[in-house]
Write a new protein. Structure first.
Ligand code: 5GP
Ligand code: ZN
Length: 141
């Protein structure tokens, strides 16, 4: 897409620090890294977010993810990694070309804080069963 920042990075109109590229994906350093090695993995096919991502684009993107993740792991020996993908402005998306953040983790003070506020009391089994039923009813073939 002509006015898309990440499409421009893919075709070289905007410079980036590329770490990997194949026929389907492009991986480069996030310009505002959360931790050392924070990398963005994006499909070469423009799609806004996960909801609009065709199955083959998803397949090719995730096929490359372990290769890039393991390169980060070998380079910096992190103790873990979070993969994060924000979909929609309300969910924190700021660039509307799908991207998977690969964020290596080093310690509690490494720059990324992930807080899980579990709410299982609000979702007992009967409620959770209804939730699962609603999702299953909406799966496309
Ligand atoms: P989001 O908030 O959409 O999940 O993540 C967008 C990411 O893109 C941010 O982490 C931000 O630092 C990164 N970013 C934004 N503009 C540029 C850019 O021009 N070059 C690079 N390499 N990263 C960018
Ligand atoms: Zn794009």
């Amino acid at each position: 897409m002509s006015d898309c920042l990440f499409c421009k990075i893919i075709d070289g109109q905007i410079p980036s620090l590329k770490v990997y590229e194949d026929d389907h994906v492009f991986a480069f350093m996030d310009i505002m890294p959360l931790t050392k090695g924070h990398t963005l993995l994006i499909p070469k096919t423009h799609c806004k977010d996960l909801f609009e991502m065709p199955e083959d684009v998803a397949r090719n993107l995730y096929a490359a993810a372990p290769k890039v993740a393991n390169a980060i792991k070998s380079a910096f020996n992190p103790i873990g990694m979070n993969t994060i993908n924000n979909n929609g402005a309300e969910a924190g998306q700021t660039v509307f070309h799908y991207h998977l953040h690969l964020v290596p983790r080093y310690d509690d003070a490494d720059g990324l804080r992930v807080e899980w506020n579990h709410r299982q009391a609000e979702f007992p089994t009967d409620v959770l069963t209804d939730v699962a039923t609603a999702i299953k009813a909406n799966l496309l073939p």
